[in-house]
Design a protein around this ligand. Structure first.
Ligand code: ADA
Length: 627
């Protein structure tokens, strides 16, 4: 009663303040926990990672202002813009999304970008793009280097014997989506165009380390066998023999010679880590590894963690102890930056999530790699996924789409293998008519398992119970309370009861598999609009959805956790402007797009913290902060 009067007299925002001011919520100080590391690799001058990835290569950052010219009539290739770049319309900051600029806010189509740079000396040039959305073609000094399709994974080009002095780089990026792209046209997030992740050039020797993976496997007696997989490139015409030397935390653990045939090759060797420090959200312990080629002719650095993920019936085990996913779904989106979130926003997102008492994040696509570096460092697990979003059986049976799924999955695994935070791989989200997707799913799941056998494989569905789930280690399902997209204006408990029955059917069908509520709570709210009777679009309506579905999910012992839909409001695709959206935004964020909390955020804070304390009291969690 008292609360209701406050609502009427003081207005909704003030009431919300009062409702929480006297509550038992304690705000943790705004400090991120530090990773336990015994080695500091310094800063990455390219701004791409949280640590330097080389001590030997000469690197040239290609961020900054680039000439920009949209090409709505697609005349650029015929007009050879890569040789005769016309008068640019403006210059744009890279990494950046052109749709974050008011002038190009709605622009979908090809665009041309150009910049020059100077090589301090001649040598083999490796051009690295952390990501560009969605189709990219690259020319250096008028010469075509190649193309890449896919918006979320890195790609690179090599140029033998580039000369010292100035060079001109021209890039054509096209953010047009269709029925055969990943994601497909009309997906529920915005196809921000541009070079939206770090880009740089570096000088490499004739044989270099493209990347290396460290894959820990459990040995009896607590030791970890580390399989080291090295991806080499040899630009020469003859095979070479090279020495590889690995140091972990500054201590040499391996040295051996290996053949490096021309082109790309893979070398593997093994080493053992006795009594490894284990990584977990409570204890994010990281190792630093440096691999050197020859007598310091090339090197690469990475971080890795040792942690054991296992499945025990309906439970996930992390390092032998039950582990529940408590998290948020997050898009890489911000009104001022589009999809090109700068490091301080990535860091802020991680801090907000950690501070909520969450231990997990899920995304519809591989995020900026720096975000995963932060997850490794502060202790958040990440459910990694490729953007095969709501594809139809017809699309999934199309060999062209299947090949894109395979490529996207491979590129995700190649990039993210070393992140201890990555806890599951997902083949996609909410495929339509799941029974009819069985055959393509079977083939794709078999392929995915050849790339990594150390993490559970999953596919996100929308309450589906059926044989498709046989194919996956973990069942991930979204709580789809359909009333949101109906004309209903109030919460309908009958709909919720139906959803619960549907979810229980999954458990009945697969009583021995963990089920993750990959999305719960999805309801939109107009930030700042309150209504005491919890009418649709109000913060109260959303808060109730989030609290009810979250509390129900976390109370089921056969549910291995869940993630709220979603972390912050995000812009939806142009096709969705009428699909129950606020000005074309998906406003189901528990924070608004600028990360200002809505009521649902406080509800979730309470829920996550209560859950954590309860787990601690029952001995299932290592420490109150441990999750
Ligand atoms: C699904 C989908 C999300 C989002 C959500 C919504 O759960 O996985 O990407 O579109 O629906 O807001 O309707």
């Amino acid at each position: 009663m008292k609360t209701a009067i406050r609502f009427l007299v003081l207005g909704a925002a003030a009431a919300a303040f009062h409702a929480y001011a006297d509550s038992d919520i304690e705000f943790a100080p705004y400090v991120l926990p530090a990773a336990k590391m015994s080695c500091d690799d310094g800063q990455d001058p390219m701004g791409s990672r949280l640590f330097a990835t080389t001590r030997l290569r000469t690197q040239i950052g290609l961020g900054g202002l680039w000439d920009f010219l949209p090409d709505p009539q697609d005349k650029g290739e015929a007009g050879r813009y890569y040789v005769n770049f016309p008068e640019p319309e403006t210059s744009l900051w890279v990494p950046g999304s052109w749709n974050a600029e008011p002038r190009y806010s709605g622009y979908i189509g090809p665009a041309w970008m150009r910049r020059t740079f100077t090589l301090p000396r001649s040598g083999n040039l490796r051009l690295h793009f952390g990501g560009a959305f969605y189709r990219t073609k690259v020319w250096l000094d008028g010469e075509y280097l190649g193309a890449h399709e896919g918006g979320y994974t890195p790609f690179s080009f090599a140029v033998k014997n580039a000369t010292a002095g100035p060079h001109t780089l021209v890039v054509r990026v096209d953010n047009t989506l269709d029925d055969r792209t990943l994601p497909k046209r009309g997906v529920d997030w915005f196809p921000y165009g541009g070079i939206d992740r770090a880009v740089y050039a570096e000088l490499v020797p004739d044989v270099w380390i493209e990347r290396f993976h460290i894959i820990p496997r459990r040995r009896s007696g607590g030791a970890a066998a580390l399989e080291v997989r090295v991806f080499l490139r040899n630009l020469g015409a003859a095979a070479r023999t090279e020495t590889l030397t690995l140091a972990i935390d500054g201590r040499q653990v391996y040295s051996g010679t290996h053949a490096a045939p021309p082109g790309e090759s893979t070398v593997t060797f093994e080493t053992v880590l006795e009594n490894p420090r284990l990584w977990s959200p409570a204890n994010p312990s990281l190792y630093s590894a440096r691999l050197v080629l020859g007598a310091e002719s090339d090197d690469q650095l990475t971080r890795f963690g040792v942690r054991w993920i296992e499945i025990d019936g309906t439970r996930l085990l992390l390092n032998g102890r039950p582990f529940r996913i408590i998290g948020v779904n997050r898009h890489e989106d911000h009104p001022d930056w589009g999809s090109a979130l700068p490091p301080h926003i990535l860091r802020q997102d991680v801090a907000i999530i950690k501070r909520m008492g969450a231990n997990a994040v899920r995304g519809h696509y591989p995020p900026n790699q720096m975000f995963l570096d932060y997850c490794d460092q502060v202790g958040l697990v990440f459910m990694n996924e490729i953007p095969a979003w709501q594809n139809t059986p017809a699309q999934l049976s199309d060999p062209v789409v299947q090949e894109k799924i395979r490529r996207e999955f491979r590129e995700m695994v190649l990039r993210d293998m070393n992140h201890p935070s990555v806890i599951t791989w997902s083949l996609g989200n909410e495929w339509r008519n799941p029974d009819a997707c069985y055959e393509p799913a079977r083939v794709l799941a078999a392929y995915a398992r050849t790339l990594d056998s150390t993490r559970p494989l999953t596919l996100i569905t929308a309450g589906y119970a059926g044989r498709l789930q046989e194919l996956f280690d973990v069942i991930s399902t979204n709580w789809s309370r359909h009333e949101w997209y109906d004309p209903a204006t109030h919460i309908d408990t009958e709909v919720a009861a139906r959803t619960v029955r549907q979810l229980r059917r999954i458990h009945e069908l697969f009583p021995q598999k963990p089920v993750i509520l990959s999305e719960f709570g999805g309801a939109e709210s107009q930030a700042g609009w309150h209504d005491w009777s919890a009418v649709k679009w109000s913060e109260e309506f959303q808060a109730r959805n989030v609290a009810d579905s979250g509390a129900w999910g976390l109370a089921q012992d056969w549910i291995a956790g869940g993630c709220v839909w979603q972390f912050a409001d995000s812009r939806s695709s142009p096709e969705r402007i009428l699909a129950g959206r606020l000005h074309g935004w998906n406003a189901k964020g528990i924070l608004d797009a600028y990360r200002r909390p809505k009521l649902a955020y406080y509800e979730l804070l309470r829920l996550f913290r209560a859950h954590r304390e309860e787990r601690y009291a029952s001995g299932l969690t290592a420490s109150p902060a441990g999750n």
